[in-house]
Design a protein. Structure first.
Length: 197
């Protein structure tokens, strides 16, 4: 009877990884039509690699790291396997103290990790007109945190996009649809090993 039950047992359902893209307007897709954010393009890029995770876009335009803290319970409720954390740009553009940005990001990272969610960090650089002292301190945030918490890091989410004609929207800050396709490729280079290990 036991052998018979084993022979006809259903195979265990394969787990579909859940990836939450947790960030500000660069994650939300501001500057491009609906459905053309980097998480949208990331999903199709992963499919080309034979991977079919569930991609959830939790980007909120204008959000700061403080806003991200308030959104953490909603992200935790999704029970993601991986969270791509892309925050800090709005803090920096408002000249927020670097130590407060770091503190908020550390809280976000530690909270996610305590929930057994793997974290990928997506960084941003400040424009030079904010002064070398602030820019240098800000730009060090992401590599320092990645080193401290041993996180996969995309140092500059707008690599090969920022300032490139045809890839930026009219505001000169956010990518257009083609730019978000490049952002998705940038994210893919770091995310892919996390999904295939």
């Amino acid at each position: 009877m036991l052998l018979s039950a084993c022979l006809f047992a259903q195979p265990a359902a394969r787990h579909t990884p859940v990836v939450v893209c947790f960030g500000d307007s660069l994650t939300a897709g501001y500057g491009a039509p609906t459905g053309q954010s980097y998480p949208d393009f990331l999903e199709s890029d992963l499919e080309e690699h034979g991977l079919h995770p569930r991609i959830i876009n939790r980007g909120v335009s204008g959000a700061t790291t403080k806003d991200a803290l308030a959104q953490l319970p909603a992200v935790l409720a999704l029970h993601p396997d991986i969270a791509i954390v892309e925050y800090g740009a709005n803090d920096g553009l408002r000249g927020a103290p670097v130590n407060s940005i770091v503190q908020n990001l550390e809280t976000i990272i530690s909270t996610l990790e305590q929930a057994h969610i793997r974290v990928m960090l997506a960084g941003i650089y400040m424009p030079p007109n904010y002064g070398p002292e602030y820019v240098n301190q800000f730009d060090a945030i992401y590599p320092d945190l990645a080193h401290k918490y041993k996180l996969p890091l995309l140092p500059f989410v707008l690599k090969d996009v920022y300032g490139v004609p045809g890839l930026m929207s009219a505001d000169g800050i956010h990518p257009d649809a083609e730019g978000y396709q490049v952002v998705a490729k940038n994210v893919l280079t770091v995310l892919l090993p996390m999904l295939t290990k």
